[in-house]
Each structure stands twice: as C-alpha cells, then as structure tokens.
Write a protein that binds this ligand. Structure first.
Ligand SMILES: Cc1cc2nc3c(=O)[nH]c(=O)nc-3n(C[C@H](O)[C@H](O)[C@H](O)COP(=O)(O)O)c2cc1C
Length: 198
C-alpha cells in the first residue's frame, strides 16, 4: 500500500489555488494508487511553532520525546512513512508562508533526514526511494518564464537536501491577474500529464 503525505500551507482554506491544485494532484494520485492512504498535514489549521534554540539543541542529542522534540519526531515519522510527498504553497512576500518554513525547520534534522560527514564536510539526504510534487501559486506573473521569487527552487532544494531527488514542480502564476482560470486549468493539465508520463 502506497502512502501520500500531503502538506498544504495556504491560510485560505477555501478558494485557494494551491489547495485546489493539490486536490487535483491527490485525486489523480489515488486513481493511480487504488490501494493507498493519504496522510494530511494542513498547516493552515495546525500551526508548527517557530524553531527555538531549545529544540534545535535537542536535535543534536540522542534523548527521547520529552525534550521538545515531539513535533519534529511526529513530522519526520510522517515523511519516513510516505512514498510520495505533496507540498502546496502560496507565495507570501517573496517566500513560502512562515508556517511552511516552520515545518521545514522541524524536519531538516541531522541524523534523521540528513547525515553529515565531518571528515570531508559532506551532507547526505537520508530519505530515499520517495518522490515529491511541489505546487506553488502566486499573484504575480512569471518573468521570462522563470519564477520571480525562487519558491519552487527553494522547496525543491530542501527536498533534495533530505534525499528526495525526484521532484516535480507546478506553478500557478498570475492568480491576481485576468486569465487566472485558464492558467489554473493549464496547471491541472500539467499535473494530469505528469502521471500519464510515468
Ligand atoms: C500576505 C500575502 C503576501 C503575498 N505576497 C506575494 C508575493 O510576494 N508575490 C506574489 O506573486 N504574490 C503574493 N501574494 C499573492 C498570493 O501569492 C496569491 O493570492 C496566491 O494565489 C495565494 O495562494 P492561494 O490561492 O493558494 O491561497 C501575497 C498574498 C498575501 C496574502
């Protein structure tokens, strides 16, 4: 049985472009994986606290759950059990929502999701055998076909860093501009096509 871990982060719980595109991804994923399970982490409802010095210090110890690591442990368990990770993110002020950044700060963790070799200063992602999809919606248009803020590249980079190298990205640009319905339709089609290619 395959598991999809879906992470949404728009604070718009209704009429959100990124959530609606993630709904479509989830529906198509389920068609391709009839015997499957979806784990849903909605950062618009369950807010992860900011990473503190106390919790970050605990990342480097071998102690258990009782030292502030509980949230990080739960989130990393979800990632480890997932076959596919789906992240949907709006662009807020040239970045991801701070709720998604707080999530990332709790799952990028030494000896859990990445390893570090002090002999040659190399880091290695520890989550293997998974794929991911990143859906980004923004009010503004792309510039010469490129992301104007780099949010897709950032999220792809984080996933690569923890070992998830197979990452598909989908952008819904210009949600605040005329023609947004057509651009949304085109993103939906790209999502469907991505499954048909595999
Ligand atoms: C607080 C805030 C900041 C925003 N900052 C940006 C921005 O920097 N660049 C941009 O293109 N759009 C920006 N937008 C517009 C959103 O990216 C756009 O409305 C997008 O569709 C939101 O995603 P959603 O539809 O999934 O909620 C911002 C919106 C809000 C509410």
């Amino acid at each position: 049985m395959k598991t999809l871990l879906r992470i949404d982060s728009s604070f718009n719980l209704k009429d959100s472009f990124s959530r609606k595109a993630a709904d479509h991804y989830e529906a198509v994923w389920k068609e391709h994986h009839p015997e499957s399970k979806v784990v849903y982490r909605d950062l618009g409802k369950f807010e992860i606290p900011h990473l503190t010095r106390f919790v970050f210090s605990a990342f480097n110890t071998t102690e258990g759950d009782d030292n502030g690591l509980h949230i990080s442990n739960v989130l990393i368990d979800e990632l480890e059990l997932a076959d596919t990770v789906l992240i949907s993110s709006p662009v807020y002020n040239y970045s991801t929502p701070s709720t998604l950044k707080a999530y990332i700060d709790h799952v990028v963790r030494i000896n859990k999701t990445f390893g570090y070799d002090p002999n040659n200063y190399t880091r290695r992602g520890l989550l293997s055998g998974k794929n991911a999809a990143v859906i980004v919606s923004r009010g503004g248009m792309s510039i010469n076909g490129e992301s104007p803020d780099g949010v897709e590249r950032y999220l792809q980079g984080i996933l690569n860093f923890i070992g998830i190298v197979d990452v598909a990205t989908f952008s819904i640009n210009g949600t605040a501009h005329e023609g947004s319905a057509n651009r949304f339709k085109s993103a939906r089609e790209q999502i469907t096509q991505c499954f048909n290619r595999n």
